[in-house]
Design a protein around this ligand. Structure first.
Ligand code: 3HC
Length: 675
């Protein structure tokens, strides 16, 4: 068994079974074979009275091995192994540290006792992979924590702390940090002779229809479009109605439906895509990084303030610079207000708020940025202004400092050229609200040094962002793909579609909002020429009438005081007026045409981005759209979705409307494959 990730050691009459399968002790075939063999050993040896199951390294079993999904199963499978542990005739104690997730927690539920250190986390995150805990988790968990907690844990997938798990009886004993094995051994000693051995599957549970109905209702919006939450709920419900064995059969059927459905494939794709995104092609993963102890942010507006909070929350000092005292005070005030709002919701303690604010130095002078390791410019989106600021920074920043622009469209190479150190310059494109949105596009300029890029990608992880490397092109990855969608959406209005219809198609597709709802939220006036007499587009007409979106109570929609939208008769008139003036015949637009012209065009643009090397890989484009724009994760991002929809169908749809097809997309369609 020398190559096995499982090792055993007899300590008196207790067998310690240790798994060492880095990085996360996933329950791959090797682990399962080893565990099975250890049980056989413990069973055969009369000198063994109890078994302690523990993991080496960072964590207890973090789940089934996701890389095995979709491949032929290798025996022993988890759904056989866990009942074998549970049926074992000597007490088995699971000793948990790190994260006991998915199949890991299910294994622990198969054990007879659970011990954990307080820092451990326990959960069943399968729903986030479009699945359910399919190794008995949906049947055992409710029998231990009750219906309500089981619904929360399975259908939402967030882990709970060991302390919470202890309160709920999921953990029998808390061990002191560093004393996990000793505590587990002591418990084994205490329980080794106790009979009958407590088995979760033998516990009973009463139906609680009211709790299940209330949970479904409360979360209907959150679960919209997803298959897995409903399946998790149905399984918990089954646990309350069916005998254990029948509940397990029900769980299996539901699990298989999800496992072979497209949603889980999409969600698993995103799990790996997110992790792959942090890897930079052609740069060694052990490259020396530049230390970042202090960050400078220029601009205390919405963007600058949000960016600043990311670093403060991660314990990194920030100097924030504004031109006028009033704007500076306002910006700092908003940061404090945001933190205090989190504290009021119980997400932060007062000490944490003060600690974060204590790391902030407001300033009115760029000169105060001379000791910063990274300086991020978050000012007005204008090339001349940005060049001027970077020219000044060149004279102020210390040698080796990284200079970043938060531009969302502009040419980072041109900005870099206004300094004498283009190798230290790149783009860090945060998404609004920058303290909330997980996406960061890191824009690699032609001259950006490898260690600069690698440092910023690593820093992104520290501030809990999902970062994607983008090349220099107009709008980078995300906003560039937004453009054809916007252009087509506007043309469709002229041809006969309504904002409501286009938005509905997008929302039904799973987007949080459609293009016109988004425009109303962001501000219809963004990028408007500000001349009310110059009316060349529907947008100009709206802006000229002060219909700037939600902030004015009117945009493409009318809004009440609570910002509830209703279709606007005035907007319908404006569109009608434009249409007749341009002699455009009105026609019926099908929902399918909206998909072809606003979503297929995005895929086409994404393919061009890949051709030009502006994204490293198709899955990075998907990550951008999932984390930056709310693309439904169960559709896996635009490039993954292209494969689901069928690239030949997409090409055919695009051709119908006369679009130029990206050669890469054409090639994929030719081979009938996805990206
Ligand atoms: N299977 C295979 N590989 C896994 C894995 C898993 N369950 N979990 C993590 N990994 C891999 C990651 O892909 C990554 O690989 P890489 O280094 O090649 O990119 C590596 O392990 C490290 O992972 P992270 O970068 O995510 O490490 P962190 O320390 O940030 O996080 C973690 C650790 C919290 C355990 C996180 O990896 C995680 O959430 N993992 C998934 C947990 C999960 O979903 N478990 C349920 C699986 S499904 C299941 O159990 C089905 C069952 O019910 C039948």
């Amino acid at each position: 068994m020398s190559d096995s990730p499982i090792s055993t050691e007899k300590r008196g009459d207790i067998l310690i079974v240790t798994s060492n399968n880095p990085p996360v002790n996933a329950l791959g075939a090797g682990v399962r074979v080893g565990l099975d063999a250890a049980l056989t050993q413990a069973s055969a040896d009369d000198g063994i009275k109890a078994v302690v199951l523990i993991c080496a390294g960072q964590t207890f079993f973090a789940g089934a091995d996701i890389t095995e999904f979709g491949k032929p199963p290798v025996e022993p499978i988890l759904t056989d192994l866990i009942p074998k542990i549970e049926a074992f005739d000597k007490p088995v104690i699971a000793a948990i540290h790190g994260t006991a997730l998915g199949g890991g927690l299910e294994t622990a539920l198969g054990a007879h006792y659970r011990v954990a250190v307080p820092s451990a986390k326990l959960g069943v995150p399968e729903v986030k992979l479009g699945l359910l805990p399919g190794a008995g988790g949906t049947q055992r968990l409710p029998r231990v924590v009750g219906v309500k907690a089981a619904l929360e844990m399975t259908a939402k997938g967030d882990p709970i702390s060991a302390t919470q798990a202890h309160k709920w009886g999921l953990v029998d004993e808390l061990a002191e940090e560093g004393a996990l094995l000793d505590t587990a051994l002591a418990l084994a000693e205490k329980v080794k002779a106790i009979r009958p051995i407590p088995r979760v599957s033998e516990r009973t549970i009463s139906p609680d229809d009211a709790a299940i109905e209330a949970f479904r209702k409360e979360n209907a919006r959150k679960f919209r479009g997803f298959d897995a939450p409903a399946a998790n709920i149905a399984c918990v419900e089954a646990a309350t109605r069916l005998p254990f064995a029948e509940g397990i059969d029900f769980e299996r059927t539901e699990f298989m439906k999800l496992m072979f459905g497209s949603q889980s494939a999409a969600q698993r794709h995103i799990f790996f895509a997110e992790r792959k995104a942090s890897k930079i092609d052609g740069i060694a993963s052990d490259i020396a990084l530049r230390p970042i102890a202090k960050v400078g942010v220029i601009g205390a507006g919405t963007m600058g303030g949000g960016i600043t909070m990311n670093f403060l929350s991660a314990g990194i000092a920030v100097t924030i610079v504004e031109q006028a005292e009033e704007a500076l005070n306002r910006g700092v005030g908003v940061i404090r207000k945001n933190y205090e709002a989190s504290a009021a919701k119980g997400r932060l303690t007062t000490e944490q708020v003060e600690k974060a604010m204590g790391l902030l130095t407001p300033s009115l002078s760029l000169d105060d940025l001379s000791d910063c390791d990274l300086i991020i410019e978050a000012i007005f989106e204008n090339m001349d202004v940005k060049k001027e600021v970077f020219g000044k920074l060149d004279a102020i920043a210390k040698p080796g400092a990284i200079l970043a622009s938060n531009t969302s469209y502009l040419n980072v190479d041109e900005i870099a050229a206004s300094t004498s150190r283009p190798q230290d310059v790149l783009g860090m494109h945060f998404f609004s609200p920058a303290n909330v949105m997980k996406l960061l596009e890191v824009v690699r300029g032609a001259k950006t040094a490898d260690d600069v890029l690698a440092t910023v990608m690593a820093l992104a992880k520290k501030i809990k962002k999902v970062a994607v490397v983008a090349g220099v092109c107009h709008g980078f990855i995300g906003n560039r793909m937004l453009m054809p969608r916007q252009v087509e959406a506007n043309k469709l209005l002229m041809e006969g579609a309504t904002p409501e219809q286009i938005d509905r198609v997008h929302v039904e597709f799973g987007m949080p909002m459609g293009p016109f709802q988004m425009s109303d939220l962001a501000g219809v006036d963004i990028g408007w020429h500000r001349d009310p007499t110059r009316i060349e587009s529907i947008r100009d007409a709206l802006c000229a009438e002060d219909r700037w979106g939600q902030k004015k109570g009117a945009g493409f929609y009318d809004y009440d005081e609570k910002r509830n939208p209703t279709p606007s008769p005035r907007v319908a008139e404006i569109i009608e007026d434009f249409r007749s003036r341009s002699n455009m015949p009105k026609r019926e637009i099908s929902d399918q045409e909206i998909i072809e012209r606003t979503l297929y065009t995005m895929v086409n643009e994404g393919a061009m981005i890949l051709e030009e090397g502006m994204a490293q890989r198709a899955s990075d484009v998907d990550v951008v759209w999932i984390y930056g724009y709310g693309w439904p994760v169960y559709r896996g991002g635009p490039m993954f979705w292209a494969g689901l929809e069928g690239t030949p169908k997409i090409v055919e749809g695009l051709k119908k409307h006369g679009f130029t097809i990206s050669p890469l997309l054409a090639e994929k369609a030719e081979k009938n494959e996805g990206f």
